[in-house]
Design a protein around this ligand. Structure first.
Ligand code: FES
Length: 323
């Protein structure tokens, strides 16, 4: 007797909007580096803490056509086939493996309820090059896909959502160098104007230079707008005197120290500030200085001796107070 169908693929199918479709085809730069946020990257660290499950052993999926699904996960998805009927499952099944050792077990059933009907899906992390190859295969097959998190992808973060032959939701993710490193904006030294343009407590933003300039009691501080979590572009939340990252909700105070939203973040990275002989605040966007936390010696004032650059070679930036 066949099992009752819990849902139908036609009823439950997700349709992507235009932005989700467009971003789904974004191609990451070439790299074989493993993404920063894959479970296997954190494995050693997790072993030491003893607090979390370090990795997933296997995922079991019900499929209506074992040959078709095995071929799809092997040829399209790129998994290695380990073999048939190798586990205690009482139905015919195929065991496949990711290159980091997790198993995907496809079990033959008469009917299947697509998982995404309940918002359930499985996400797999790849290297950028694996992700690029997957995109090529998806193009060749004209696969319908997009990215659900189109509004929440940080720079250097790529993601794709689509369905397998039985309508199970699948997500692919990768992160590239932009997620880890702060790439200079290419505008060199930015002239922010005369020192007396800035009142104590002022926060201004340079869109060209991609930094915040803050005048603290200790002096001037220029901080890149890239979040120290995954380089999301920060905004200044004037009402709460803090910098806010819309990607995963990290917050930083006006000295750049983390306030929460994500655990264990470093303070915002600095661009060196100098005060020129003609009394202008200059910010060198070519140099990016990581730091763990704010220290008063990082701020630049007339008394701190950080002066000297003449008027040559500067980019003039019209700073705004309301980024
Ligand atoms: S990029 Fe994740 S919180 Fe900013």
């Amino acid at each position: 007797m066949s099992e009752p169908a819990v849902g139908s693929q036609a009823e439950e199918k997700h349709f992507f909007d235009e932005k989700q479709k467009e971003l789904g085809w974004a191609v990451p730069p070439e790299s074989d580096d493993q993404p920063r946020f894959a479970a296997f990257v954190h494995y050693d660290w997790l072993q030491d803490t003893g607090q979390l499950i370090p990795r997933v052993s296997h995922v079991v999926l019900a499929v209506t056509d074992l040959d078709r699904s095995e071929a799809w996960y092997r040829d399209f998805f790129g998994l290695d086939v380990v073999g048939r009927d190798l586990t205690g499952e009482d139905k015919p099944h195929s065991v496949l493996r990711t290159n980091s050792g997790e198993l995907v077990i496809l079990v033959q059933r008469d009917t299947v309820a697509p998982m995404h009907a309940m918002g359930v899906h499985h996400a797999f992390t790849m290297t950028p090059n694996q992700y690029r190859r997957m995109l090529d295969r998806a193009k060749a097959k004209s696969h319908e896909m997009g990215v659900f998190r189109a509004d929440f992808l940080a720079p250097g973060e790529y993601g794709l959502n689509f369905e397998d032959p039985d309508g199970h939701g699948v997500e692919l993710d990768t992160t590239t160098i932009e997620a880890d490193q702060n790439v200079p904006p290419g505008v060199g030294v930015v002239d922010c104007g005369p020192v007396d343009r800035f009142a104590l407590g002022d926060v201004r933003v340079s869109n060209e230079g991609n930094f915040f300039l803050v005048r603290l009691a200790e002096g001037f501080l220029a901080m890149t707008r890239r979040c120290t979590h995954m380089n999301g572009v920060l905004t200044y939340d004037k009402d709460h005197w803090r910098f806010f990252c819309p990607y995963h909700h990290a917050c930083f105070d006006r000295r750049g120290d983390p306030l929460g939203g994500q655990p264990a973040l470093d303070a915002l990275r600095l661009n060196p500030v100098t005060l020129s002989a003609d009394g202008h605040v200059l910010v060198n966007t070519d140099e990016i200085i990581p730091r763990e936390f704010f220290d008063p010696s990082q701020a630049v004032s007339w008394g701190s001796g950080a002066r000297g650059q003449g008027p040559v070679g500067r980019t003039t930036s019209s700073l705004t107070s309301n980024p």
